[in-house]
Write a protein that binds this ligand. Structure first.
Ligand SMILES: [Zn+2]
Length: 371
């Protein structure tokens, strides 16, 4: 019943459900694939199904075991996730977990250890974990979740049964936005294509003003406004975002303290490191939206087909009067900017250069100036 919650991942769902039904479960499972496509949800449904008292191979959501798992107080479902300044899974967390799994499952069933962002395991932690995985305690299943399996030791990978998750269908994202978020149909249909198969990205687009900001900038760029003016106002916007991010991180940390979670003091340096990481992510998401816009403009220039366009709700605003060569150059500039962001270049500067590049109009002038 509840494996049906996992949308679009038919292969993964069938594999997990089959394991539960036949009660033949490997001691290591690796759920891998892009962010926001249902891996964590699948791990939780799996944890419920394995120990469900209905013994149907799926979770009933009603028995004591299911309810405990839902409320996150099942004694045999353990969670390991990155923490602390570096957002890493350190040796200590792995040690704490391995000390627990020595004992037989408390509630008599199978113990499930869910390791989120498993690739964030520190190298020493991976080695420590490997030892446990090599001689797995009986009645224990490790479920590793990751977007980047390559960051895990090959020796860990080879001991896990790998299950791949794929990007969600656009229709699924639109339906989930309406069902779970109460989003209007038109807004859901506008966001879904831009989310590129990730529910996490869809929610992010729904709750942020990022898209409106990008639409405003491309409009100003195409109307011939001075790119310097545009980059100055965008720089102010980014600074504002940075402040919001810093405040959100501070609030998260003080919240953790109240919950009594063991946490290090958040000093200035650590705060900065966390802020830089999230600002970079923000910049990346902006670039992704710019990329989708100019990609759409190119698609429209080349074959004028609206069904292939991501920004469908604004397809009338896409500039078609520019040569495809120039459109391709714009896309290349965005790609270049993304590389600079990854190399930690200051985002204000990267975007300023990008806006200059994007504001260059027709190819005629390009030829005259040689570039
Ligand atoms: Zn149940």
């Amino acid at each position: 019943m509840s494996f049906s919650q996992i949308k679009d991942q038919d292969v993964a769902r069938r594999l997990l459900q089959g394991m539960c039904r036949r009660q033949r479960i490997p001691s290591g499972l690796l759920l891998w694939g892009p962010e926001g496509v249902g891996k964590t949800l699948a791990a939780l449904e799996f944890a419920k199904a394995v120990n469900c008292e209905s013994a149907t191979g799926d979770a009933c959501d009603e028995c004591l075991s299911c309810r405990k798992t839902i409320n996150r107080n099942h004694g045999d479902v353990l969670y390991v996730a990155p923490e602390g300044k570096g957002r890493l899974i350190n040796v200590k967390s792995i040690e704490a977990m391995t000390e627990m799994v020595i004992f037989r499952p408390f509630e008599g069933g199978t113990r499930i250890v869910i390791i989120s962002d498993a690739d964030r395991m520190h190298e020493a932690a991976q080695n420590k974990f490997l030892k446990t995985l090599e001689e797995p305690p009986s009645k224990t299943v490790f479920v590793l979740i990751t977007t980047s399996p390559r960051r895990l030791l090959p020796t860990i990978l080879s001991r896990c049964h790998r299950i791949r998750f794929r990007a969600l269908q656009m229709e699924t994202v639109a339906a989930l936005l309406q069902e779970k978020e109460g989003c209007s149909e038109s807004r859901a249909l506008a966001i879904a294509p831009l989310a590129q198969g990730s529910m996490m990205r869809a929610l992010d687009l729904l709750h942020s003003d990022r898209r409106e900001v990008v639409l405003d900038i491309v409009r100003r760029l195409s109307s011939g406004e001075d790119p310097l003016m545009i980059s100055e106002s965008f720089a102010t916007h980014l600074q504002e975002k940075e402040k919001q991010i810093a405040n959100a991180i501070k609030a998260e940390w003080s919240g953790k303290k109240k919950e009594g979670e063991e946490s290090q003091e958040l000093d200035k340096e650590a705060l900065e490191a966390l802020v830089v990481g999230r600002v970079r992510r923000e910049a990346r998401e902006y670039l992704r939206l710019f990329d989708s816009w100019y990609r759409d403009a190119l698609v429209k220039t080349v074959d004028g087909d609206d069904t292939l366009v991501f920004n469908r709700d604004h397809s009338g605003d896409l500039q078609k009067n520019i040569s495809s060569e120039r459109q391709a150059l714009k896309l290349a500039a965005i790609n270049e900017a993304a590389k600079y962001i990854e190399r930690n270049m200051q985002s204000q500067r990267v975007f300023r250069d990008l806006f200059f590049e994007l504001s260059r109009p027709a190819l005629k002038r390009d030829r005259a100036t040689g570039g």
